[in-house]
Design a binder for this molecule. Structure first.
Ligand SMILES: [Zn+2]
Ligand SMILES: [Zn+2]
Length: 266
């Protein structure tokens, strides 16, 4: 069982710690696997965020997206035979965003971690998940300038229920983006959700689109005009949410909208 995980993990970010400080923390607060709850052998684990978050078994079942994808929507292709190219859906109806990329497939253990954060308020997973998100950002946007990073906003009613925006809680763990090739400004608050929509899960694509129409509004269009924007979300299912965000941003004159999500449903 996974009870008690929150308190063992809920501790200060360890980034500034020495190796000895880290070892001491690990001895005082042993870690459990974020998905199945079994104790982690931290000393044996690799130092990357995934190995500190998941046991070897769960790590092995994690499906990261590494092979060829649709160059636009990021949908992974089953075969490695050809490189990135446009999928049929994007050829027929190019989406409002230019490029979407995700870290992994929305299934266990990634799904378990996202649910922990989103529905159970276990904020300790936001750090490692934020680091994973950042590694995808670094990988795909290294040579692709971004001016503004905008988390998909929650409607204020949902925000009140949940108490936090799960995407913003992950973005808080990104290093400062002020300098270097990936200089960008975190800009939550520029985009707001003006319609309280039902949960999308279980809805057909068409209903999702109807559900999302006019759901987002740009508060300060002058801040968006002519800028390259990266919209960040936790899960991309049919893409209707990020498409609605991209449409609102494009209407306000954004030069380009890209999308980064932690997971992607197949
Ligand atoms: Zn596990
Ligand atoms: Zn596509």
């Amino acid at each position: 069982m996974i009870g008690g995980v929150a308190q063992t993990r809920d501790r200060a970010p360890a980034s500034g710690l020495s190796r000895w400080g880290r070892a001491l923390l690990d001895a005082l607060f042993p870690l459990r696997c974020g998905a199945c709850g079994q104790w982690l052998d931290v000393a044996a684990a690799a130092p990357d965020p995934l190995s500190r978050l998941l046991c070897p078994g769960c790590l092995a079942s994690l499906r990261l997206i590494e092979g060829p994808v649709c160059s636009r929507c990021g949908q992974p292709f089953a075969s490695d035979a050809v490189g990135d190219h446009l999928c049929g859906a994007c050829l027929d109806h190019p989406p409002a965003y230019e490029m979407a990329r995700s870290a992994g497939i929305y299934g266990p253990p990634l799904k378990t971690l996202i649910h922990r954060l989103k529905y159970r308020g276990q904020l300790w997973v936001a750090g490692p998940l934020g680091e994973i998100l950042f590694s995808v950002f670094r990988r795909y946007w290294h040579h692709r300038p971004v001016d503004l990073v905008i988390p998909v906003p929650l409607h204020r009613r949902r925000l009140r229920e949940r108490g936090f925006n799960q995407v913003q809680s992950m973005l808080r763990h990104w290093p400062r983006l002020g300098r270097g090739p990936q200089a960008a400004e975190m800009a939550p608050g520029i985009l707001v959700r003006v319609r309280h929509t039902a949960y999308q899960a279980g809805l057909e694509r068409k209903e999702r689109r109807r559900n999302m129409r006019g759901a987002f509004r740009v508060v300060r269009p002058e801040a968006v005009k002519g800028r390259s924007v990266l919209v960040v979300d936790d899960v991309m299912t049919t893409g209707t949410t990020v498409t609605a965000c991209a449409e609102a941003l494009a209407r306000s004159g954004a030069r380009r909208v890209d999308v980064l999500t932690l997971a992607r449903a197949l």
